[in-house]
Ligand binder design. Structure first.
Ligand code: GDP
Ligand code: ZN
Length: 378
């Protein structure tokens, strides 16, 4: 028979457990609510002004600080306001490029302004400090998840037309898994990919044949690829041609040759950037590591620290499926509709690989990325 003391201890433990269970439930509810709120916020943040603003709305936007900062203005812009591209963002200050005059201007802006490089804005004021009064709709966005809040994104750049995914054939080795990751992240923001495989000077004929086999699946995905050597000056003409009159970023593992390629494409680039900084009245150091470089004929390269570290931590299963249409083509033959092609019996995708109708590397890449999909998603 349990003593009074034992019973008391039991009761105490039970109470503690109950308390824990309740608080766990509360915690879950709290998290769910936070998630819903975050999703709502992201919805509200989505760019794209629906309908044209009338004069009254526009006047309100100019008066209201918050509206001015967070709304985007599309359709017919009020006449007469100069349009400019954001070339650098600092604490409380941005630099703008008023094409065709390629001179950066200092603007005074509210400290919590959330503009990014590549944003297009309308400005008012001609003398002294100008004010960005409206943000034009973003055509594309380059973003990564916020490590501090998985339900939010950190916008890195806007209106990027092409992201050049740079990989090296060697030093560091080419990793198709990494290329696939980039493709997925780009798909998220509507940025077109261009695969640039650098350092081909390091390959012999056999290596080149192997490389062609590795890249074959990307042709099937309509991802254009350019073989380059920044060192030997190979393929640079084609790369330059594909980027003509577009705004681009170079992404890829460090050491693959991004800087070498940029320098090869535009040997005068460093000088042009220095001149723009001088025009802003600020020392070069103030914009170190963040620049929008104009290569001429409307070709522009956005290069910021965030973009060099571009990647993503959180994957959605739907995004993953959309990024592998070549697997999906076989998946309709799988026994289970929600087959992950990892271990299920009757998997038509694994059969296709065994029969040589689908590259094993694609399935490998799918499985690697599948391991990174949020558990709650599957
Ligand atoms: P980033 O980190 O991507 O900007 O890469 P870098 O441009 O700094 O290049 C990394 C290293 O690769 C440097 O030592 C370059 O000289 C070298 N490199 C760049 N392009 C080529 C190339 O086409 N062929 C060879 N062999 N080496 C290259
Ligand atoms: Zn399957």
């Amino acid at each position: 028979m349990a003593s009074e003391e034992d019973k008391r201890r039991l009761r105490e433990r039970f109470r503690k457990q109950l308390r824990h269970a309740v608080s766990h439930e509360e915690e879950l509810r709290r998290r769910q609510a936070a998630k819903a709120r975050a999703a709502e916020r992201i919805d509200r943040d989505e760019p794209g002004w629906r309908g044209e603003p009338d004069a009254e709305t526009f006047a309100k936007m100019r008066r209201g600080g918050r509206a001015r900062r967070h709304r985007e203005l599309g359709g017919a812009a009020p006449p007469g306001l100069p349009r400019a591209t954001v070339t650098a963002v600092h604490q409380g200050r941005i630099e703008l490029d008023f094409a065709p005059a390629r001179v950066a201007q200092r603007l005074l802006l509210d400290p919590d302004c959330r503009l990014v490089v590549g944003d297009e804005v309308l400005c008012e004021g001609t003398d002294g400090p100008r004010r960005a009064v409206a943000l034009l709709p973003r055509r594309t966005r380059l973003a990564r998840p916020d490590p501090g809040n998985p339900h939010r994104e950190l916008l890195l750049a806007a209106n990027v037309d092409v992201a050049v995914i740079v990989a090296a054939v060697r030093d560091p080795p080419l990793r198709p898994g990494l290329i696939d990751r980039f493709l997925l992240a780009l798909q998220r923001g509507g940025v077109a990919p261009l695969l640039c495989v650098n350092k081909v000077d390091l390959l012999d004929a056999r290596g080149l044949a192997e490389l062609a086999a590795t890249l074959a699946p990307y042709a099937g995905l309509d991802v254009p690829a350019v073989l380059c050597s920044a060192a030997a000056g190979l393929g640079l003409g084609e790369l330059r041609e594909r980027l003509r009159a577009r705004t681009c970023v170079f992404v890829g593992h460090s050491g693959v040759g991004k800087s070498s390629l940029l320098n090869a494409l535009d040997p005068a680039g460093a000088r042009a950037v220095a001149a723009v900084h001088a025009g802003s009245g600020q020392g070069r150091h103030t914009t170190a590591g963040s620049r929008l470089c104009d290569l001429g004929d409307g070709t522009r390269v956005i290069d910021t620290p965030g973009i060099r570290a571009f990647g993503f931590e959180r994957l959605l299963l739907a995004e993953l499926r959309a990024a592998f249409p070549d697997l999906a083509a076989f998946a309709s033959g799988c026994r289970f509709a929600d087959c992950t092609h990892a271990h299920e019996p009757g998997c038509a995708v694994r059969e296709a690989v065994a029969a040589g109708r689908l590259a094993a590397a694609r399935l490998g890449s799918w499985l690697r990325l599948l391991g990174e999909v949020d558990d709650g998603e599957r």
